[in-house]
Ligand binder design. Structure first.
Ligand code: SAJ
Length: 445
């Protein structure tokens, strides 16, 4: 039985673990397996990444150079662009990107490419696991037929499962070993073998009945966030309409010890997960004639926040008899969330674009982000990148409006309120004493 063979190799720690894609999911994963005594082969299409790993260097925030070097020193870790070595692996875990196309449809090209490479070098006796976030059905509708087309038979020649990644970059409290792992196989043997594999590196493994359940679980988790953030954004608009302090309301609601989970308004939805994952779910549902209204509505509300923020600023400038056109706008914080340098899908890009479309002169300060580039999706401006400006007194004082898009720690907000004329705070970055002593007019979400 292939399941028993694979489980024995895992038990004896002689199983060779292949990880396809050494990004923020794949690299921490292979390091965990090597640290637990397994041999690990990392597969990358990017030669620079493979070379970095082989020279003991990490390019992932949660993985130190020392931890990569330590794995190298055991002689059990290697990274390669030679996909022929997939044949050496007893387990192959796919951790490749699943972005959206510009049309908001799933871009499956990375999973398809990985599946084709694995098919090329597949041999009997392998367990393949997909970790990339994707729509329910990917594992059994795409990967299973790909391997069967090469003459391999599920349960006889190969096992196949899905296990969603739950890596939270920068989260010191929750790392790979203590984040419960959901596992769902295409058939019981696959579930059993995959669950046994992850039990070697994760404290809690939660098996489900199929790969589709596991695929749907991940999307539920992140769609839950997108919809609740959308609700927080709509509540902000509602509270502003009623003249009620949004942040005071949500903080009060959060005193409820059960049945409530706080989400907060913001300038929009950024990151590589939350803005994208719900579209994988709604896309698949639409293929079956089901239209997910919550996902659509949350997308409308969240993607409308940048213009809501710009209009708040425009109204406030208008009160000071200033037009947006020709005004100097300083954006404080452009990363997609606090105290990180990641710009993916950052709503600050849309805020900047909208201000420029109204003729404002925009600059930014973000200690984590040295440069902001605009892809073709952002139409205004000459396409030239913006560069981080030092937060000098002159920069703040000369701005007609300061917009806090990301409330990084370590910014001297008190000084900003002393020097600014007008501040739009989209992140409640200005605490009450700072607000009460502010010389600037302050507008909040
Ligand atoms: N945001 C709000 N209001 C909120 C929470 C978030 O506007 O109340 C915004 C953020 O500013 C950001 C976007 O939403 O622009 C996404 O924020 P996020 O906190 O969901 O952070 P992400 O994108 O890093 O999400 C990841 C996800 N992790 C995985 O998919 C493995 C998510 O499931 C985690 O819950 C989240 O990290 C986390 O909790 O840190």
């Amino acid at each position: 039985m292939i399941k028993d063979n694979i489980k024995n190799l895992i038990k004896e720690k002689t199983a060779c673990i292949g990880v396809v894609g050494l990004g923020y999911v794949g690299l921490p994963l292979i390091v965990e397996f090597v640290n637990k005594g397994f041999q690990g082969i990392g597969f990358e299409v990017d030669e620079k990444k493979a070379a970095a790993i082989n020279s003991g260097k990490s390019y992932i925030v949660d993985v130190s150079d020392a931890s990569v070097q330590k794995c190298n020193d055991t002689g059990r870790l290697s990274a390669t662009t030679d996909f022929r070595r997939l044949a050496d692996c007893d387990v192959i875990i796919i951790c490749v990107p699943t972005p959206l196309r510009k049309t908001k449809d799933p871009d499956m090209s990375y999973i398809l490419a990985a599946g084709e490479e694995i098919q090329k070098y597949m041999r009997p006796g392998q367990l393949v696991i997909l970790e990339s976030t994707t729509y329910p059905g990917t594992t059994d509708e795409i990967l299973q037929p790909t391997f069967e087309a090469a003459g391999f038979e599920l349960d006889k020649d190969f096992l196949l499962a899905f296990s969603p990644e739950r890596v939270d970059p920068g989260n010191a409290q929750y790392q790979t070993h203590n984040i419960p792992k959901v596992v769902g196989g295409v058939g019981e043997d696959s579930t059993d073998a995959a669950a046994f594999l992850y039990s070697q590196i994760v404290e809690t493994v939660h098996s489900v009945s199929s790969s589709r359940v596991a695929e749907a679980c991940k999307l539920w988790e992140n769609t839950f966030r997108a919809i609740n953030i959308g609700m927080a954004n709509e509540m902000a608009k509602l509270c502003n309409t009623l003249g009620i302090d949004t942040w005071e309301v949500v903080r009060a609601a959060d005193t409820k010890p059960f049945g409530f989970m706080a989400f907060y308004p913001g300038p929009g939805l950024g990151g590589h997960c939350i803005p994208l994952d719900p579209h994988y779910l709604s896309w698949k549902a639409r293929q079956h004639g089901f239209d997910s209204q919550f996902i659509t509505l949350a997308e409308e509300v969240n993607s409308g926040m940048p213009s809501y923020v710009v209009n708040l600023a425009a109204d406030a400038l208008n009160e000071q008899k200033k037009a947006v056109n020709g005004s100097k706008v300083l954006i404080l914080g452009v990363a997609y969330k606090k105290d990180i340098d990641d710009m993916r899908e950052s709503p600050a890009l849309s805020v900047i674009d909208l201000f420029r479309a109204k003729g404002a002169e925009v600059s930014y300060h973000d200690p984590f982000v040295p440069e902001v580039t605009f892809d073709h999706a952002y139409t205004i401006g000459d396409g030239e990148p913006l560069h981080n400006q030092e937060l000098s007194d002159d920069l703040v004082a000369s701005a007609d409006c300061v917009v806090i898009c990301t409330g990084h720690s370590g910014v001297d907000y008190k000084r900003v309120t002393e020097l600014s004329k007008l501040i739009v705070d989209t992140r409640n970055a200005l605490d009450k004493p700072t607000r009460e002593n502010s010389k600037a007019k302050i507008v909040r979400l």
